[in-house]
Design a protein around this ligand. Structure first.
Ligand SMILES: Cc1cc2nc3c(=O)[nH]c(=O)nc-3n(C[C@H](O)[C@H](O)[C@H](O)COP(=O)(O)OP(=O)(O)OC[C@H]3O[C@@H](n4cnc5c(N)ncnc54)[C@H](O)[C@@H]3O)c2cc1C
Length: 335
């Protein structure tokens, strides 16, 4: 009863803010989310960015990790309107005018396209796929002792490599190299940087385990479902409410901030010890993302059939060309 009286405040309504707010509301806190923008959702927002009737995702679009998120699995997102769409091919990666690497849902079909790298691909990826349910819980949780230490150690040894090291260790064909580089580029790290391989392994395994789905209606549908569930359990969501000082929030309960390090410093007033404030100030941001939104009058006339069937097309070319782009994702996701 005492907890039910406490208030909790969440600053920011991105996927992390919405999820944290749901957990607080479930724990009995009277929870309010404060969102600065008129539209809630943060990186999950969708909007008509080009022509009327064309819905674009403002940031995120493809959601393999949302589809297998252990915390999302506890939220009845489908009952609140979320419907996943799986494209026939999760990802295609044209290499040249007549060559295209393809990541299929099926591990076996993907291996068929990798020629002499098929066995290495199976060696690296199959153990992750076969125990994906266990692995993903360890991967998406805070640091803890893993449920399957052997599997986790095996993953860790491959994940700690740079994408280039992983490719040199495992692959020879342009197809396998390009596929892996494309997936690893989602780390937004230079492909020579240590641990840039981690997200590559995760996304490749996720494609086989759960796919790379997009939400019907755009990513806003995930935010809508989270917000709808949050409100159904008593939560309050206020938009157009930019918090400029944490002291403006109710003082009698927890405050969770779903904002960046420098934004947190700006709104912290003098609440933080100097040493922590200095850490926030010194935080080094990664490179920004550059995004183009197109309203198409017809499907993109890709030569490769797989590109026409894919939810995601990576256009970075060969591994060597991808590495030439400093710290860049592969040039684009065309959905
Ligand atoms: C171009 C692009 C493409 C991406 N594509 C993908 C993808 O395909 N798949 C994927 O999984 N991820 C993708 N991402 C990453 C994904 O968008 C982020 O990881 C995710 O949005 C982070 O969620 P979050 O809740 O931590 O923060 P955010 O989504 O950034 O939400 C933070 C919220 O806090 C609000 N806020 C900030 N300051 C205040 C304040 N003072 N008061 C009140 N509110 C405040 C903001 O307005 C915002 O709504 C992409 C990102 C970008 C930029």
């Amino acid at each position: 009863m005492r907890d039910a009286m406490l208030t909790a405040s969440v600053v920011g309504s991105g996927p992390n803010g919405l999820t944290a707010a749901i957990l607080l509301a479930r724990a009995g806190f009277k929870t309010t989310i404060y969102e600065a923008e008129p539209q809630f959702g943060g990186g999950l927002r969708s909007a008509e960015l080009t022509l009327p009737g064309y819905t674009h995702d403002v940031c995120s679009a493809v959601h393999p990790l949302a589809a297998c998120s252990p915390v999302f699995a506890t939220v009845p997102l489908a009952e609140h309107g979320l419907k996943w769409i799986h494209s026939p091919v999760p990802m295609a990666h044209p290499i040249s005018a007549d060559r295209c690497a393809v990541l299929h849902h099926s591990l076996a079909r993907t291996m068929e396209g990798l020629g002499k790298d098929a066995a290495s691909y199976r060696w690296a990826v199959e153990p992750l796929v076969s125990k994906w349910d266990v692995l993903v819980k360890d991967l998406l949780a805070p640091l803890h002792f893993p449920a399957d230490p052997v599997l986790f150690a095996r993953f860790g040894l491959l994940a700690i490599l740079s994408a280039r090291q992983a490719v040199n260790l495992c692959f020879n064909t342009p197809e396998a190299k390009a596929l892996f580089a494309g997936a690893s580029a989602h780390s937004i790290l230079p492909l020579e940087e240590q641990s840039s391989a981690a997200i590559g392994w995760v996304l490749m395994a996720a494609a086989h385990a759960v796919g790379w789905p997009i939400p019907r209606g755009g990513s806003q549908s995930i935010a809508n479902a989270l917000a709808s569930y949050f409100q159904s359990i008593g939560g309050t969501l206020v938009t157009g409410a930019r918090i400029s000082n944490l002291r403006d929030l109710p003082p009698d309960g927890p405050i969770l901030c779903d904002v960046g390090p420098r934004q947190l410093l700006q709104i912290s007033g003098d609440s933080f010890p100097t040493s922590f404030a200095k850490k926030l100030e010194a935080y080094r941001y990664g490179p920004g993302a550059f995004k183009l939104d197109w309203a198409l009058s017809a499907p993109i006339p890709w030569k490769a059939t797989a590109c026409r069937q894919a939810g995601t097309v990576h256009i970075g070319g060969t591994l060597r060309r991808s590495c030439r782009r400093p710290a860049s994702p592969m040039g684009g996701r065309l959905c």
